[in-house]
Design a binder for this molecule. Sequence first.
Ligand SMILES: [Zn+2]
Length: 393
Amino acid sequence: MQEVVAGALFMFIFKETSRNAYNSDRGDVIFATNYYRHFKLHLPHPDTIDQVMRDLPPQLLEELKAQLVGRLIEQKTLRRFRFQDKYYFVAVDATGIQTFTKRHCEHCMTRTSKKGVVTYFHYVLEAKLVSSSGHAISLASEFIENLEHRDFNKQDCEQKAFVRLAVKIKHYFPRLPICILADGLYPNDTTFGICRRNDWRFIITLKEKCLKTFNEEAGLLNATAKGCSVARADKSTRTLLEYKFLNDIEYKKHNYSWVSCNETVIYRSEKDNKVQQFVYITDLHLTTGNVANTADGGRLRWKIENEGFNTQKNSDYKMEHKYSRKSYNAMQNYYQMLQIAHMINQFTEKSRDFIELLKQYSKQTIKALWKELLTFMKSIPYTPAQLQEFISG
Ligand SMILES: [Zn+2]
């Protein structure tokens, strides 16, 4: 089992992008011997991996992932990225992982176009630990799915999945101080209640049409100049940041704070200036001292989309590749393997040695270095004794 799970993991760590590519490397005797040399494991046949991925209950790999992340937290690896020296930023967002033109499994979600064409798809709600230096590490994943024991007429959705995801996060990380970052879908009483009960803080995107009474009161207070503001300029990026905040605005018997950040990128001619506004609701008490970090924290939510989803979907990992065409179970297991592999690779790619390598010449890319890694695995000769050990191992 160790060899099979490690094999699946290395398929993603080596960024093989398909079971065929993995199998061709596996057939290379130098590659297989070097793999054995380093890990004392054999590379299993992809069909064997697939069989196990089909049968293994997905919560086992999710647990393995949580244990690994738990060790990282214990080892204080991510401590310096904490907010207010206490909270880990956890971004929550959903992303599509597979689409099909025909029903793939009984848990498929469905969408019907205006022309009546039905698409079957799967998507997942992720909670990722994000950092200002670009980490996006999966804490927990909740598949958004149609299950018979839930009301079949009402499809599952991101909001319902968040309730389940929160239970998972609390189960795996009961004492972790968390600050939830989420988009404009999340400012509602359910989310606030979940955060309150779990003792999590939150910074959530607030759209104009959301929480009408809260927004109205914030507008009113801002108009009467009750708000406090702070400004900051970044010369290197020619950016001006203006933060505004209000505390103690009541919504459904609880008080929350309102915060906005206006970002102006300054060009030679004033008419070219680009202005963007970001507004958040948070349960943190804001001061002129912490408002900038809070709003900047809210903006880290983007990391789950860029460093998280986009990296996993692009050529490196091909998240949307159909590693298993029929089995929903296997799809979930491959997904968990991808999360673990991506986490390991992030620490490699952010390590000092690796960054040094990237700097060696100006056009060096991560992709090219990965190619070299595979070349190394296929070309560094082993000693006859090592080959013997591999054969008899
Ligand atoms: Zn399906």
